[in-house]
Design a protein around this ligand. Structure first.
Ligand code: NAD
Ligand SMILES: O=P(O)(O)OC[C@H]1O[C@H](O[C@H]2[C@H](O)[C@@H](O)[C@@H](O)O[C@@H]2CO)[C@H](O)[C@@H](O)[C@@H]1O
Ligand code: MN
Length: 441
């Protein structure tokens, strides 16, 4: 069985620990020869790298493992590059959230003004990183889930039009499917969804039972109406995530056709959400006070002991598991179904061909084969055409250094929706992002 070389870009991410543990747990199904962590921040990556050295010495000694800030060492000879960078780090995420919220607008990592701010930073850093990767690993599969994935995917489509080995992915649709399995009391892998949308803006039209072919969505709708909706791993979630999943019940009461992606809440209830988010303590603050602290405390403890110790917890990590299964599908030409971000080209019949949309695809060694959903109803089409235009305009702003295009994107966004507010928040974000955005003229 061939063994693979993998690099993780954003080695200092709060998600890396989950990957390191999952690579151990999944070493039979996706065997690694070499794993390299790469980050531009040596100090942030080092504790995670040291944790990895101890983990692999004890659980996967045959693995060739390294961590580095050198691009040649990181990329040369790689088969897969997993990309999880956060351009500007969590402190900039906090600004993306706080600045719009201070003006009464949604402050969110990937949606609205904050998402566009993060998007412009990610365009700069992701395009540079992919040029670096292609210098040293022209054939590697690049699996991107750095956010905002919708804007990043559109920028990469334009910068690398002929590169068929860049794949953009998000775990949230799969997380919603997993959450349905909690409700139904079944194995999530026995659910076969039909889905359409953009990244962080989509709907499930059917969720079939893989064995019988029965569409379980009517039953799921009833259960959500009666009991609400919880993430599969509710016991491990922060309060804000439970609130987010809870909103699915509200969305379905107003729009009962389909099961929504949890991110739809921001587009459907922008005023309600903006007035219920705490401008003094946003999700970035919650992550910095919670997940970030936990991850680095776990590293420090293991490094201090010099071993994993008895209480070592290697519980399942849905996010890492999904990304590794995506690599596995490509590596072994499995043609498994995954929900991926791809160029539309008819997958959603009544949307423009060059939109980056999110649909179910069969995934194998030759890349994704999207499954068509036909025409979508006018309401959903209207919402998505609006947002795809926003995403395209912000990417225009990046490539053309255009203030005007950025202003248009901000004005068009349902989460801003007013030219005066758009100019005000855009100007504040330009100030906050000096040196990290392209210069907008
Ligand atoms: N699409 C999805 O489903 C999904 C799910 C989870 C996380 N994510 C994304 O993963 C990323 C990491 O999230 P996090 O909360 O762990 O953030 P984090 O800030 O903890 O980690 C990001 C790491 O990226 C590094 N980094 C920043 N710019 C870089 C660059 N140019 N090259 C290499 N490394 C760079 C930082 O130093 C940091 O160590 C984010 O983009 C997040 O949105 C996506
Ligand atoms: O606020 P965060 O940093 O916790 O999460 C933002 C990300 O949320 C989604 O990913 C979740 C995923 O749904 C969940 O199951 C688990 O694996 O954690 C992830 C991060 O919490 C979303 O898909 C990402 O794009 C966001 O970055
Ligand atoms: Mn996502």
């Amino acid at each position: 069985m061939k063994k693979f070389n993998v690099c993780i870009v954003g080695g200092g991410s709060t998600f890396t620990l989950g990957f390191l543990k999952s690579f151990v747990r999944m070493k039979e199904e996706f065997p690694l020869n070499k794993l390299v962590l790469f980050d531009i921040d040596k100090d942030r990556q080092e504790p995670i790298g040291k944790f990895g050295e101890i983990l692999f010495k004890e659980r996967f000694p045959e693995l060739d493992f390294a961590y580095t800030t050198d691009i040649k060492e990181a990329y040369e000879g790689m088969d897969f590059v997993f990309m999880q960078m956060r351009a500007g780090g969590l402190p900039m995420r906090a600004k993306d959230e706080h600045i719009p919220l201070s003006m009464g607008l949604i402050g969110q990592e990937t949606c609205g003004a904050g998402g566009m701010a993060y998007g412009l930073r990610s365009c700069v850093d992701m395009i540079k990183a992919i040029h670096d990767i292609r210098t040293y690993a022209p054939e590697a599969w690049i699996l991107n889930y750095s956010n905002p994935a919708a804007i990043v995917a559109e920028a990469l489509r334009r910068e690398f039009p002929d590169d068929k080995k860049i794949l953009n992915i998000c775990d949230q649709p799969e997380n919603v499917v997993r959450s349905c399995s909690r409700l139904l009391g079944c194995d999530w892998e026995n659910l076969d969804p039909v889905y359409f949308g953009l990244n962080h803006y989509g709907w499930f039209t059917h969720i079939y039972d893989k064995t019988t072919g029965e569409d379980l969505l009517p039953k799921i709708k009833e259960m959500i109406k009666e009991n609400g909706f919880l993430p599969q791993d509710a016991e491990q979630r922060d309060a804000s995530w439970l609130d987010t999943y809870g909103m699915v019940q509200t969305i379905m009461a107003d729009f009962p056709d389909y099961l929504p992606n949890t991110y739809d809440q921001y587009y459907l209830y922008p005023e309600y959400k903006a007035s219920h988010l705490n401008p003094e303590f946003t999700r970035a603050d919650e992550v910095m006070a919670g997940r970030e602290k936990r991850v680095f405390a776990e590293c420090a403890e293991v490094i201090k002991k010099g071993s994993l110790g008895d209480g070592f917890d290697n519980i399942s990590d849905a996010h890492a598991e999904m990304m590794i299964k995506v690599a596995e599908a490509i590596a072994y030409n499995k043609n498994n179904r995954h929900i991926l971000i791809i160029e539309n080209n008819g997958a959603i019949a009544n949307m423009q061909d060059d939109a980056m949309v999110e649909v179910v695809c069969e995934l194998g060694a030759n890349g994704p084969r999207p499954m068509r959903v036909g025409n979508i109803p006018q309401f959903y089409l209207g919402l998505l055409v609006n947002q795809v235009s926003v995403e395209k305009l912000i990417v225009d702003a990046y490539f053309e250094n255009s203030y005007q295009k950025a202003l248009e994107a901000f004005t068009l966004s349902r989460l801003v929706n007013d030219a005066k507010k758009a100019r005000k928040v855009l100007d504040a974000l330009i100030e906050a992002n000096k040196g990290m955005w392209p210069e907008l003229k």
